[in-house]
Design a protein around this ligand. Structure first.
Ligand SMILES: *[C@@H]1O[C@H](CO)[C@@H](O)[C@H](O)[C@H]1NC(C)=O
Ligand SMILES: *[C@@H]1O[C@H](CO)[C@@H](O)[C@H](O)[C@H]1NC(C)=O
Ligand SMILES: *[C@@H]1O[C@H](CO)[C@@H](O)[C@H](O)[C@H]1NC(C)=O
Ligand SMILES: *[C@@H]1O[C@H](CO)[C@@H](O)[C@H](O)[C@H]1NC(C)=O
Length: 187
């Protein structure tokens, strides 16, 4: 390369990297979701007596507690695995359209908050495939957003946000979550 063109190349290169570091924080444009879906799922928690009906089980607890009764201090350290029915309305007895499968773990001592990782698994005439979710769930808040990190089948490469809302909570035995899924990437 001629020295002159080398200087020009270096100049352009410095402009390029300069522009990278000088890029102001980008404003995220509010977009409309390309797909929106609302489901409910129902979690029946094992309480030492309902092994027939329970759809979730505590599989881990801190050394100072046990896996039968939720630990004190906001259940900190409890890990729960679930296989919950998904319905289109808020009725536990409606025909399920899929299963919500995964786990949540309580991860704070002073307030109830959890981290969730789970999939919606569909195998119906309406939907086939899965949607995968992950994120922090500050469950005392009326609504909270978790990430839709991916999907398969009908939901190939899905990405977006799911707004969770506790639709019912009955003691330590049953809760129902409303899941408002907004996908911003659809294929
Ligand atoms: C659990 O299931 C049994 C039958 O499988 C039913 O009779 C009972 O009412 C159920 N209990 C609850 C709390 O849903
Ligand atoms: C589990 O812990 C609870 C409360 O701490 C206690 O009442 C219960 O007896 C324990 N159960 C077992 C099986 O250890
Ligand atoms: C989905 O449902 C069909 C028909 O009931 C069944 O043959 C198939 O094995 C199911 N697939 C999965 C992954 O459960
Ligand atoms: C949840 O609620 C608390 C107070 O109730 C608030 O400080 C916090 O910002 C909320 N978190 C989210 C993610 O909305």
């Amino acid at each position: 390369m001629e020295p002159k063109s080398l200087i020009i190349a270096l100049f352009l290169l410095s402009l390029f990297f300069g522009s990278l570091s000088a890029t102001p924080t980008r404003k995220i444009k509010a977009r409309n979701p390309c797909k929106r879906l609302v489901f409910y799922f129902h979690d029946i928690i094992y309480n030492g007596k309902n092994s027939n009906n329970a759809t979730s089980a505590m599989v881990g607890a801190p050394a100072w507690a046990n896996t039968t009764i939720m630990a004190g201090q906001s259940h900190f350290g409890d890990l729960i695995v679930f296989d919950d029915p998904i319905t289109l309305d808020n009725n536990l007895h409606s025909t399920p359209v899929g299963r919500a499968q995964g786990f949540y773990l309580y991860d704070r001592k002073d307030i109830f908050t959890a981290w969730m990782g789970f999939s919606f698994v569909f195998n119906s005439t309406q939907h086939k495939g899965s949607i995968n979710f992950a994120g922090a769930d500050p469950l005392m808040n009326k609504t909270r957003d978790i990430s839709v990190v991916g999907g398969t089948g009908d939901f190939f490469m899905a990405r977006g946000i799911a707004t969770l809302m506790t639709d019912a909570f009955e003691g330590e035995v049953y809760f129902r979550l409303r899941v408002d899924i907004k996908l911003y990437e659809c294929w």
